[in-house]
Design a protein around this ligand. Sequence first.
Ligand SMILES: CC(C)(COP(=O)(O)OP(=O)(O)OC[C@H]1O[C@@H](n2cnc3c(N)ncnc32)[C@H](O)[C@@H]1OP(=O)(O)O)[C@@H](O)C(=O)NCCC(=O)NCCS
Length: 195
Amino acid sequence: MIIRPYEPADETGWLRCRVLAFLDTAYYDNVLKEKEHYARPSVELVAVENGAVVGLIDLELDTQPSEVCSNPDMRGAMIWHLAVHPDYRRQGIGRELLFEAMEKARVAGMQYLEAWTRDDRWVRDWYDKMGFELVQSYFQVYMDRPEDLKALVECKVPHLRPVSVFAHYDGSDKAFVFSKFSRAHETVRYDFYLK
Ligand SMILES: CC(C)(COP(=O)(O)OP(=O)(O)OC[C@H]1O[C@@H](n2cnc3c(N)ncnc32)[C@H](O)[C@@H]1OP(=O)(O)O)[C@@H](O)C(=O)NCCC(=O)NCCS
């Protein structure tokens, strides 16, 4: 297995690796058809074994605080994508990708790394294990039950009838969120301070 910079010819392998990695997570339906490209400086690495992409990481770097990341006082690198092919999990590939990307971010002058993830316990455990700190959270909710949509969503366009709504909830009533909606996720921010 080697870790090297992403190249345009990796795109199909990158997309396949990413979709497979997320299938058994809370992001199971977050599918991309094209790899993202970044307006600002970035670190884009892939882990390759026998010619196939088995892991990937993308960071986008602040050129000034708060441009991409949340901290108003520090320049950060946002982890937009991090995934290891399910057949290659728990072999240290995620850790190696992270450490190599971290070093590049540090050399580029970044002071911290920021990541957002949903409520998969094992993924959070991985961030804890890598030394990240949980600093913030909010909820993401999906509404598709007709009775919820009727009671909670008002549409101002005549003849337009929402059948599914995705929304962010930044209140603190966790019990309400998890009892009310058919699908809800606590989404958490993890930071790692670079020395
Ligand atoms: C989270 C992820 C990047 C970790 O990469 P990895 O190469 O599998 O992890 P590493 O080998 O570096 O670290 C292994 C540790 O991760 C955790 N872990 C990874 N997969 C796990 C699983 N299926 N079940 C439980 N723990 C798991 C464990 O703590 C494990 O340590 P252990 O084997 O000593 O118990 C990878 O599993 C993945 O792609 N997950 C799905 C996509 C995702 O959630 N990405 C995160 C950004 S939102």
